[in-house]
Design a protein around this ligand. Structure first.
Ligand code: ADP
Ligand code: MG
Ligand code: MG
Length: 878
């Protein structure tokens, strides 16, 4: 027996969404509930999927089944498609499982023909209306089904209006439109190189085929990618009897939401147009009127609509987004779906539905899209703005930034710290730019992707960032940015929309972030549900305080390298690196110690009572040194100019050291605990600074943090054993000197495949593991994180070779195995071991679901992703 490919509306219901698509299941459910819906039938998503698999060929039996379903449909309504008496007109509508508003094609008024147009004119008593439908249909069919260009039709319409001396389509008479219809047919024939298919049944088959095809159109693909909707689901096709909102002043069409989708308020929200077809509202051809006004114009239909809205909302127990049409005063519902909403609205609706008793707390949490909460945490561009962007890059860090363009980090730092709003524009950003980034409203880069350092750093600071805006040309000498003939000079105001990647050459108005009561209420429910701990990655006091405010239960990763980058520290750092002897090195480190201690004190004060995991120095030393090429050039220039011998000697020594430290693959070089092995004084100094800070805070605040000291980039048991010994000796020495007791734990990052493989050996020396999934992904896949997105990985994603960027969402099959195995082996060897994740993945909802599944203890992410992680962890548990 062949598959059943068509369902009459009366055969379906809401549970059949996967087969009938959202729209098909929605209209079937409304039919079942007795809501007035035009009759029709649905062709299943299965038919579309099989057609795609067969390279466009329809599966056996589909044509016959559509034919039969149409015949039954015709019998039910007592009309015949395209007939000269009692003609049936239909819409042929796309409808995917996950709603993709406006992304695919829909054909209206199919069935109008030379045979049926007369009957339609007679029935409606409106000849103009009949010919208007006919000419609209020819154009829509030509463009959507036959792929003809719309220009010729538009030109013919404009020419007709000019000949008649009128400005609006509505001013053309029935005769004019009849003439236009004939012209449109000629245009179709010419473009098709033959007669255009005028048999309505044949047109219907071709329209179904076209809707199947529209699943593959570029905007649908882009939309699916952005929303992580699988490419192989296919669309259903809904064939429904046309109802006409354009039959005069007692007819209308519109869209309504059962609650306000921007704010979540429980209030009518909608728009309508009298004497119009649905597309006019959806495509914005005319400016619609607020729904409230319909009460005056069409009171009976209005009351019915309001009743239906209530019925459908309590039936679905969620805010509905509905389309309706009124024909001669009679209301028809054409669509209902759970309405898309802003994050603020999502929280309010969820909270309200719980207090109204429609859903429980778990359901409320289940309905929050964690990723969307980002919107709440950054000032946003006023959605009513209409400015046009000058270019578009990757939406690397959400939110809006308005400020004066600056082209180097020093200027940004200087202007920013004096209170000016600046936006830093760089070819790409390096750790050296950090001071500029911190003082900027946002960052724009020509290079680098969404997981580039610039983006990671920007997100960490909650700084909006547009990265990889490849169209822009930056001239750092002239201090200009050029794109599409426009030039932005230093000091000119620009606006970044980090949520969309758009860049504007003017100041747009911003609206403040919202962290309201609804948020606190619903996130509280999430916290009751979740098992995974949620901590934050924070490197300074203000970030730590922010993280705590956003609900972080500790700091899972405090990077210490930024503590070496400060203007007051770099000279001491250079001294340390250039040191010729251990004594010289110790002298330099002694200068750095108190500075680090004060940084730690700020963080510990913000986090007192909670765990803080401090990672010892990680990056290769050369990152603290000038660049090899520029240093060589500097020396050369000084030699040519005959500079002071003493100065020259210093610069030469620096150059020699830069050369010595130079590595071909610094990320695989002398970094992490390897530095601590070569220079044990560094971890020793850091351990002392950490313990002194913890004691100082205890003294001052009467309470301190749960100390955890973390050794990076370990791959051998011996590395951890040695580093642990150094740390313990220094820490215990500090405690003894102070005559104090303080518990602390020493653990390690697991970020190299070997470390995961021998996790049992390593766990013997560790109190905790923290999976550094950024490096672990980089080293497991052999893909450089900083180069990947603009290189082949971006291409892989575009081509579908990989489904998700493995630096954003954990590669469960590969890297995930290492995390799972490392955890299992580690806990077997050391039952007290606690295990977490501190890479970018710690804030990614899909990755969090995996970490919950394999039973990790906590995740740690950027402060601004903490609320997202709280919800994601709860949803992972449900
Ligand atoms: P989309 O998914 O892009 O919203 P739809 O299939 O909902 O596409 O169709 C677009 C518009 O066409 C709708 O807004 C609706 O008002 C109108 N429409 C669709 N089917 C009918 C119908 N049977 N009668 C009247 N209008 C219709
Ligand atoms: Mg629609
Ligand atoms: Mg790392």
């Amino acid at each position: 027996m062949t598959e059943k490919y068509t369902y009459d509306l009366s055969e379906g219901d809401a549970s059949m969404k996967p087969l009938l698509g959202g729209k098909g299941a929605g209209v079937a459910e409304m039919t079942r509930l007795g809501v007035p819906v035009p009759d029709g039938f649905t062709v299943t998503t299965q038919a579309c999927v099989e057609t795609m698999r067969n390279g466009g060929e329809w599966p056996q039996g589909l044509r016959e089944q559509i034919d039969d379903a149409l015949t039954r449909f015709e019998q039910r309504v007592g009309r015949t498609l395209g007939a000269s008496t009692n003609p049936l007109l239909v819409s042929v509508r796309s409808g995917a499982v996950v709603s993709m508003p406006g992304m695919m094609d829909t054909i209206l008024n199919l069935g109008i023909s030379d045979d049926s147009v007369g009957a339609i004119a007679e029935e409606s008593g409106n000849e103009r209306f009949a010919w208007d439908c006919y000419r609209r249909f020819i154009q829509m069919y030509g463009e959507v089904v036959e792929g003809l260009s719309g220009h010729a039709y538009e030109d013919a319409l404009t020419a007709m209006k000019q000949r008649r001396g009128v400005g609006l389509d509505t001013e053309l008479s029935a005769e004019d439109l009849k003439e236009l219809t004939a012209e449109f047919k000629k245009i179709s024939n010419e473009q098709l190189g033959g007669e255009w298919p005028s048999d309505p049944r044949e047109q219907l088959f071709r329209a179904v085929e076209a809707v199947f095809r529209s699943w593959q159109n570029p905007r649908a693909k882009v939309y699916r990618k952005a929303n992580h909707i699988p490419d192989d689901l296919g669309t259903a096709v809904n064939i429904m009897q046309m109802v006409f909102g354009n039959r005069g002043e007692t007819s209308a069409t519109g869209v309504c939401f059962t609650r306000n989708p921007s704010t979540g308020e429980k209030a009518l929200y909608g728009e309508f147009l009298t004497n119009a077809q649905g597309e006019d509202v959806v495509a914005g051809i005319r400016t619609p009127r607020p729904l409230e006004e319909m009460e005056q114009v069409l009171p009976k239909a209005y009351r019915e609509l309001v009743d239906t809205m209530h019925t459908m909302e309590s039936h679905y127990r969620d805010m509905q987004d509905m389309e309706f049409t009124i024909e001669n005063g009679a209301l028809y519902m054409l669509q209902t779906r759970n309405g898309k909403r802003t994050a603020a609205a999502a929280l309010k609706v969820a909270a309200d539905l719980v207090s109204e008793g429609l859903i429980d707390k778990e359901e409320a949490v289940r309905r929050i899209e964690p990723e969307q909460l980002d919107q709440l945490l950054h000032p946003a561009i006023d959605p009513s703005n209409t400015a046009k962007p000058i270019t578009k890059g990757l939406p690397a860090s959400p939110g809006a930034a308005v400020g004066a363009a600056v082209f180097d980090a020093d200027t940004a730092a200087q202007k920013g710290s004096s209170g000016e709003s600046v936006v830093l524009i760089r070819f790409e950003t390096t750790p050296d730019d950090i001071h500029g980034v911190l003082q900027s409203q946002g960052v724009l880069t020509a290079h680098g992707g969404m997981t580039s350092h610039a983006a990671v750093v920007a997100r960490g600071f909650g700084k909006p960032c547009v990265a990889g805006a490849t169209e822009i040309k930056i001239d750092t000498e002239a201090k200009t940015l050029t794109v599409g003939g426009k030039v932005v000079h230093e000091g000119d105001t620009i606006t970044l929309n980090g949520s969309t990647g758009e860049v504007f050459d003017e100041a747009l108005t911003l609206i403040p972030p919202r962290m309201n009561e609804d948020f606190l209420k619903v996130v509280g429910w999430a916290d009751e549900i979740r098992e995974l701990g949620v901590e934050a990655n924070a490197d300074n006091g203000p970030d730590a305080a922010k993280a705590r405010e956003l609900g972080a239960e500790g700091i899972g990763l405090c990077r210490t390298e930024h503590m070496f980058f400060g203007e007051d520290r770099l000279p001491a750092m250079h001294e340390m690196i250039l040191a010729g002897s251990d004594e010289e090195r110790q002298t330099a480190l002694d200068k750095i110690l108190p500075m680090q201690q004060s940084d730690f004190e700020a963080i510990f004060t913000a986090m007192k009572g909670l765990p803080v995991t401090v990672r010892l120095l990680d990056p290769p030393l050369h990152e603290f040194m000038p660049d090899l090429v520029s240093q060589a050039l500097k020396v050369q220039e000084m030699e040519l100019k005959g500079a002071d011998e003493q100065d020259l000697a210093t610069e030469r020594q620096l150059l020699a050291q830069v050369k010595k430290l130079h590595e071909q693959n610094p990320m695989l070089g002398t970094r992490g605990c390897r530095l601590g092995m070569l220079y044990p004084q560094i971890p020793e100094m850091q351990a002392r600074a950490i313990v002194r800070a913890a004691l100082a805070v205890l003294e001052r605040e009467g309470e301190t943090v749960e100390l955890q000291i973390m050794i990076p980039l370990v791959h051998l048991r011996q590395e951890l054993a040695t580093q642990r010994e150094i740390v313990v000796r220094a820490a215990d020495d500090e405690l003894a000197k102070a005559g104090k007791e303080l518990a602390y734990r020493v653990g390690t990052m697991i970020e190299l495949p070997r470390a995961a493989l021998v996790a049992d050996q390593i766990a013997e020396c560790a109190d905790f593991f923290s999976f550094g999934t950024n490096d672990l992904t980089q080293t497991t896949l052999g893909i450089s994180r900083d180069d990947a997105e603009n290189g082949f990985l971006g291409w892989y994603e575009a081509q579908g070779v990989v489904k998700r960027d493995p630096f954003q969402t954990i590669d469960v099959d590969g890297v995930g195995q290492l995390v799972e195995m490392g955890t299992r082996k580690g806990r077997a060897a050391n039952p007290k071991l606690s295990v977490g994740v501190c890479g970018e993945h710690g804030g990614d909802p899909d990755s969090i679901a995996f970490f919950q599944q394999i039973g990790l203890d906590y995740v740690s992410c950027s402060p601004y992703r903490v609320p997202i992680a709280r919800f994601a962890a709860a949803k992972a548990k449900l």
